[in-house]
Every structure is written in C-alpha cells, then in structure tokens.
Design a protein around this ligand. Structure first.
Ligand code: ADP
Length: 341
C-alpha cells in the first residue's frame, strides 16, 4: 500500500473515533440536560412550551446527524480500502506462485543438462545442443529478472530512458524486429499502412512494447498464428493497431488487464504461464512517451486488438515531449563529462 494511502486510512480511522466519542458525549449531555429539564417541568418549575423553542437542542440534533454521517463515511473508506488491499494481496500471492514457476523451470532445466553433461559421456553434437538449450534458459531468466528490475525502477520513477526524435519508419522497424525475435514466419504477419509523423521515443523501451505484444499474441492464440498491424495517423498522433486472431478478452477483463499482476482465469482458456506484468510494463512505457494504449476485443475467441497512440513531435504534447528530450540531452552531457574525466 502506498504511504499516503495508509496515512489516509489512519486519518479516517482517527476521525471516526473522534466522531463517535464526540457523539457519545453529545448524547450524554443531551440526555442529562433533558432529564433535568423534564424533571423541572414535572415539578412545575418550567412551562412545557420552552421545549419547542430551545435552539441548543436542535443544534445537538443536527451535530449528531453530521457526526453519524462522518462515522458512516469513515467506515466506508476503511472498508473499501481493506477490500482493495485484500484483492491486491490475492493478486500478489498469484504473482509469487507464477514467478516461482517461471524462475524454477529454466533453473531445473539447466541443472538437469549440467548433471547429464558431467555424469555421462555425451557425443559432441548432443553437447552442443544441450549448451544451446542452456543458453536459451539463461537468457529467459535474464530477461525475467531484468523486467522485474525495470518495472520496479519505473514505479520508483528512477527509469532512465534515452529519448530521441525518430523518423516514422522506426515504428515499422521495431515491429519487424519483434517478429524476428520470436521467429515468426513472414506469412503469418502483415503490416498495413504507415505512420507519417516523427515521434520522440526510446527505441529499446519501444522494442519491449512490441516484443511483449508479439509474445502475448503468440501465447494467447493457437497455431497457425496470425498477427496484423495497421499503421495510421491523424494530425496529433501516430496510431498503431496490433491485432491477433487468438482467444480474445471478455469485456470485464479488458478493464483490468493493464493492472499489475492481473491475469485472466477462465477454464476454457489454455493454461498459459505468465506473471501478469507484461501489459502493465507496456502501459507504463507508453505513458512515459506521452501516449496511450487501449484494448478492443469482440469477446472470447474473437481475437484481440491493442491500440497504441503516440504523440507526433511538434504537434502534440509539445512541452512534455521537449522535457523528455531535455532530460536525455542532460544525461548524455553528464555521461560525456564523466567519460572525459
Ligand atoms: P502475462 O501474459 O504474463 O499473464 P500480461 O500482463 O502480458 O501478463 O497479460 C495480462 C493478461 O492479459 C494475460 O494473462 C492474458 O489473460 C491477457 N492477454 C494479454 N494479451 C492477450 C492477447 N493478445 N489475447 C488474449 N488475452 C491476452
């Protein structure tokens, strides 16, 4: 839970305590004063008409109602936060289970191959194959650990991207790279249209975006895969539509898949392993570029389209984009100075 959130709950709790203690005091005061009042009426010292003109009693009543509303609001705030907290804990538990699996399976595989290599006489060509599998597993572990570190840096606002003005064609290049990284044959991918506006991007970060979307398009569809990209732009944005013909996403889940740790559980969906971090990472990178990502799907088994909108340099979000360029220039100057020393 974020620090300001827990402080807010603590404040709500303290205010609720003050409100109900105040209310209790008020009621005691009200009861005692009425008791004395009616006792005097009973004894004939006071005339009953005073009952209806005593403003202090109306005041006590109004303050009492305000305090009850205050207590109810504080209880609601605390209850809502606890529910959110419970949900996050559940997602976090799932994440731990998933990440343990993701870490354990390549490690077990490496261990097995190492044991085999050291205990048996393996022919050289087989040895080569084993080393190549181990290299792939190590790469998988490396990527996973890097992704966790990078996401944590983004959350702590310590991310260090290098933003540069790029020609519009860079988008095509990065998408093609992603297809190559996942060894997708040309006949299953299609890129239509083009974007025209220059944009300010960090190429490595944007590569992560397209790699993640490609990885998901493969994971959440059965072969033969089919991925089609539509590129277009308006005056202010380059728009990239990234579509697959896979298992699709139900309407309810479309609202939450970009949240950290969120994964969709459905018994009709094949049990694909993952951590629920990929789309969160993608969304954060796009946000840092001043852009937006959304998802569209007609429902289960009807494919999925991710829509990315990136601001075009000089026509949209000028101040923000310039601040990205300034940040990078400052960083590069600092690096140059450090190299010169
Ligand atoms: P992971 O793939 O590790 O679970 P992501 O953050 O990349 O995590 O995705 C979150 C969830 O969104 C996935 O678990 C999956 O249910 C759903 N999802 C993502 N991409 C697709 C897609 N192309 N088609 C269908 N479902 C998807």
């Amino acid at each position: 839970m974020k620090k300001h959130q827990s402080q807010f709950i603590l404040l709500a709790f303290i205010l609720a305590q003050i409100a109900w203690l105040g209310l209790l005091g008020l009621w005691i005061y009200w009861y005692v004063s009425n008791y004395i009042f009616y006792k005097e009426v009973g004894k004939g010292y006071l005339i009953p008409s005073n009952v209806f003109v005593d403003n202090s009693k109306v005041g006590v009543f109004v303050i009492g109602i305000i305090m009850i509303v205050g207590i109810a609001t504080a209880v609601f705030v605390i209850f809502r936060n606890l529910t959110v907290q419970r949900k996050i804990t559940g997602l976090y538990d799932n994440f731990i289970a998933n990440i343990t699996h993701e870490l354990k399976s390549p490690l077990s595989s490496i261990q097995l191959y190492l044991e085999t290599l050291s205990s048996k006489n393996i022919p050289p060509d087989k040895q080569k194959e084993f080393y190549s599998i181990m290299a792939k597993d190590t790469d998988r572990l490396h990527k996973l650990i890097n992704s966790i570190l990078e996401i944590s840096r983004i959350e702590q606002k310590r991310v260090s991207h290098n933003y540069h003005i790029s020609s519009a064609e860079i988008i095509n290049k990065l998408i093609e790279n992603a297809f190559k990284n996942f060894r997708l044959p040309e006949n299953v991918t299609k890129i239509e249209g083009s974007v025209r506006g220059k944009c300010v991007i960090d190429k490595d970060a944007m590569q992560i975006v397209f790699d993640n979307l490609t990885d998901n398009a493969i994971k959440y569809s059965s072969p033969p895969h089919s991925i089609s990209i539509r590129l277009k732009n308006n005056d202010k944005q380059n728009i990239i539509e990234f579509s697959d013909q896979g298992i699709g996403i139900g309407l309810k889940d479309q609202k939450t898949i970009f949240n950290k740790f969120h994964r969709v559980y459905n018994k009709n969906i094949p049990n694909v392993k993952g951590t629920g971090l990929g789309l969160f990472w993608v969304k954060e990178i796009i946000k840092l570029h001043g852009g937006k990502i959304s998802v569209k799907s007609e429902g289960l088994n009807k494919g999925t389209t991710f829509i990315i909108e990136l601001p075009i340099y000089k026509t949209s979000k000028i101040l923000y984009i310039k601040s990205l360029l300034r940040q990078t220039a400052k960083k590069e100057k600092f690096m140059e100075a450090a190299d010169g020393e």
